[in-house]
Ligand binder design. Structure first.
Ligand code: BGC
Length: 621
């Protein structure tokens, strides 16, 4: 009965001891099972996250080796001491980015081959028409020296905007410029007839005169009511207008030129082959405006003139160049080197002629230009395949599209996860990246080159500004640091190639002019005026150009030091005014009225709705 003496408590304790060890064992085994199941489940979630998250299946996710960030950043630390790093599953992205960047490499060797070919094609263009570098004589035979004076008008058609300006040249290298700017409606860029576009331009001139030169405008209106000429003013009283028309034109006089082809997205076949000055004069006359188109100017020629007017050295600028929506350059050539016939009148005493190279079409035959698969794709999607091949690798209108096509191809590569994460732990912003379907990345021409400047300017470790722009401009949500780094590298490589190609054109022209070795220019700066969004807003564009110039045989370190590349803003206004002034000087032998008679006779021959001579009865109005 001893057993009965055993306290109940102890008995139960013993019992429970036996029970406990069983429960222990059981719970440990259970825990192990639960843990194993959880691990399996988590792994499965990583591999098949689309099933668990209900997300559409985007790609097969390669199993990343389970890893823990070696240096985790303490979330509670207010000022983290180490950089935020997104989950580096993306060695593949880094590798692929490197490979793509290498395809845009433009080596010193390429650069020198480019310069040789550029000089060869320049020579070819000076000998005959129809070559890839058009080398168009502009009938401008001298550059200004800053003492020019007078009031002129200028209009500028050359890209997305139309500008109307009036310029007062003060004669002391300074000027006053008033202007208005209007976007060209897209439908007019591809209008059926030239008249539609040029009527719009004339209307803007009328608006400008009403707003800024009421006196002149209403004087002309008053005269119209009392005077027998339908224009209501004597031609001698007209404002002289320089017409900056930044497309390839076969110039046959200082105020006459037939359009060779459209570029930069314009496409109005009706205008090709016609004199663009006459097209504008006809529409101006229809509105009875007291304005005469007296000079035809390419924007590069305007830039060259403006640069010479505002910063005249002992020697003047030798080249005016545009690196903007399009690209081109005009330089001063020895008249003796221009072998092809020139029909128009010009002053031969200077022995010089400003040549509009139209270098946008350098090497259309692709003898030396780089040609990646993305360059080929881009060219196919333009209205002028095979033309402006240099411009399509250099200018702002095209660079964004090259970046876009490259990124689109990278997005197709499932192994590199560009702009995609597995989950929020793979992104230093602790979110997941995705691109909205309406992103410009998926639309042809939907990536504005401006974001390339943001990418080039953001040199912070986090690339915060670029990532913000990717979100706001391209609808890429929460791009990771690696995504932004890849984008920056690719955009940078495309921008750098463009700058080095630009150095080819500039370097070739410097060599062609022979100034570096000319004893008369010893120690003198070789001045170049430039304008356009790339040189103005793309960070380091000029520096990269200089780097290219230093690598050119015949220029080198020393030569590059003598080349002075300076911004010449408003070339299309001031430059055009200066050429209108030159034109007025040339007309001393021919009265303004005679000159206008010529313009109108020609216009009548070419354009059915041309305005009649002063004194004739209008058939149009
Ligand atoms: C045109 C040139 C112009 C350049 C810069 C090119 O597309 O062909 O005439 O000078 O753009 O505006």
């Amino acid at each position: 009965m001893n057993n009965s003496r055993i306290p109940l408590k102890s008995q139960s304790a013993r019992k429970s001891q036996g029970c406990l060890s069983f429960v222990h064992l059981f719970s440990v085994a259970f825990l192990v099972l639960v843990l194993a199941a959880q691990l399996l489940f988590r792994d499965a979630k990583l591999h098949y996250s689309h099933i668990f998250t209900g997300q559409p299946f985007l790609r097969a996710i390669p199993s990343p080796p389970a890893r823990i960030d070696p240096e985790p950043v303490c979330e509670n630390q207010p000022f983290p001491t180490s950089l935020p790093v997104s989950w580096p599953l993306n060695m593949a992205l880094a590798e692929e980015t490197k490979a793509v960047v290498a395809k845009f490499d433009y080596t010193d060797e390429n650069l020198n081959a480019g310069v040789k070919e550029f000089i060869r094609q320049m020579g070819e263009g000076l000998e005959q028409d129809g070559t890839s570098l058009s080398q168009i004589p502009t009938y401008v035979t001298a550059v200004p020296n800053g003492t020019e004076k007078g009031m002129y008008m200028a209009v500028d058609l050359g890209g997305t905007n139309f500008r109307v300006c009036s310029i007062l040249l003060n004669g002391d290298t300074t000027f006053n410029l008033t202007y208005s700017k209007v976007a060209i409606p897209k439908e007019l860029m591809v209008a059926k007839t030239a008249g539609e576009l040029f009527a719009f331009l004339a209307k803007q001139i009328e608006e400008f005169l009403k707003t800024h030169h009421q006196e002149h405008f209403y004087k002309a209106v008053r005269r119209r009511q009392t005077f027998s000429a339908p224009e209501g003013y004597r031609d001698e009283n007209a404002l002289q207008l320089g017409f900056t028309f930044s497309f390839p034109v076969n110039q046959i006089g200082i105020n006459k030129g037939n359009l060779i082809r459209w570029t930069k997205g314009f496409d109005i076949p009706d205008a090709v082959g016609k004199d663009v000055c006459a097209l504008l004069q006809v529409e101006i006359d229809k509105l009875h405006l007291p304005v005469k188109v007296s000079a035809l100017v390419n924007d590069t020629v305007g830039t060259l003139m403006a640069r010479s007017y505002t910063s005249p050295g002992k020697t003047g600028a030798i080249l005016g160049a545009i690196f903007g929506t399009g690209t081109n350059g005009a330089y001063i050539e020895k008249l003796a080197n221009v072998k092809k016939p020139m029909t128009g009148e010009f002053d031969k005493t200077t022995g010089l002629m400003v040549i509009n190279t139209e270098w946008g079409s350098f090497d259309n035959q692709l003898n030396v230009l780089p040609n990646t698969t993305w360059d080929i794709q881009l060219d196919k999607n333009t209205p002028n395949p095979g033309i402006q091949m240099f411009e399509k690798r250099v200018s702002g209108m095209f660079l964004g599209e090259i970046v876009r096509l490259t990124i689109v191809d990278m997005l197709k590569n499932d192994d590199i996860h560009l702009f995609k994460d597995i989950n929020s732990s793979h992104n230093d912003w602790k979110s997941t990246t995705n691109i909205a379907p309406q992103s410009g990345i998926f639309q042809p021409w939907g990536l504005d080159s401006a974001i390339m400047s943001v990418a080039a300017a953001d040199n912070t470790p986090e690339l915060g500004t670029l990532r913000q722009s990717l979100e706001s401009d391209l609808h890429v949500y929460s791009p990771s640091l690696e995504d932004a780094q890849a984008f920056k590298a690719i955009a940078g490589a495309i921008g750098r190639r463009a700058a080095r190609l630009s150095a080819v054109a500039v370097g070739a022209i410097v060599l062609q002019t022979g100034k570096l070795t000319d004893p008369e220019w010893a120690g003198e700066a070789i001045d170049i005026g430039v304008d356009g969004s790339l040189v103005e807003h793309y960070p380091y564009f000029r520096d990269m150009m200089y780097e290219g110039l230093r690598a050119i045989e015949g220029i080198g370190e020393e030569g590059a030091k003598r080349i002075r590349i300076g911004i010449a803003k408003d070339g299309s206004g001031v430059g055009a005014a200066l050429i209108a002034l030159v034109a007025a000087g040339m007309e001393k032998n021919q009265s303004v009225a005679d000159h206008l008679h010529d313009v109108r006779t020609e216009a009548k021959a070419n354009i059915p709705s041309a305005i009649p001579e002063a004194g004739e009865t209008s058939t149009v109005i």
